[in-house]
Design a protein around this ligand. Sequence first.
Ligand SMILES: [Zn+2]
Length: 209
Amino acid sequence: MRKWKCTICDYIHEGEAPPDTCPVCGAESSAFVEITESSENPVSVAQTVGAEPSFAESTEQAVQSLLSETTLKFHLHPITVHAPNGIIPMAFIFLLIAAVFSVQSLDQAAFYSFIFTLLSMPAVLFTGYVTWKHKYRGALTSIFKMKIAASIVSVILLCFLVFWRMIDPDIFSAGGMPMVIYLLLTLGLVGAVGLAGHLGGKLVFKTGN
Ligand SMILES: [Zn+2]
């Protein structure tokens, strides 16, 4: 059985020919290279997306490459994503309890949780961008488009939820339709960060459809 490797995400396919699209990242069949016993480091047939500089030419570049190297070496993206992926579902549960049992302190706790998560987003997005650019060569295949879309939706929803609560601190004590809408938007946020995390897991563990 012949083996083919996706040069974007390293997924291994077994068969006479490479798949039409990579079941993990969605790359086209041209991104696959055949693995033979003599080709331990196959050369990509896909278009290359920017070459990394061999050395830093200026202080700015030195700082940039240090940040990138640190991000990749210490796996900072999977670490930083724990903020949105861990805290947002917790905040949603707090808000549900606040809505059902009128516990105002939990509504406050959810608000602070949203603020903390919003503050963590620059680190989440930066480490995600660096990982995508270096580890996946900045390829814009379907999985990365979905991840980018989920991130944009997450940031917009998070900003909206924080600013709405700042303008109207009584959403939960007043109850009614605004509270229901706030809860539904929070649920949408749980879905968006959950989707981004699910796709990240798919890339890491190379699980196909
Ligand atoms: Zn792939």
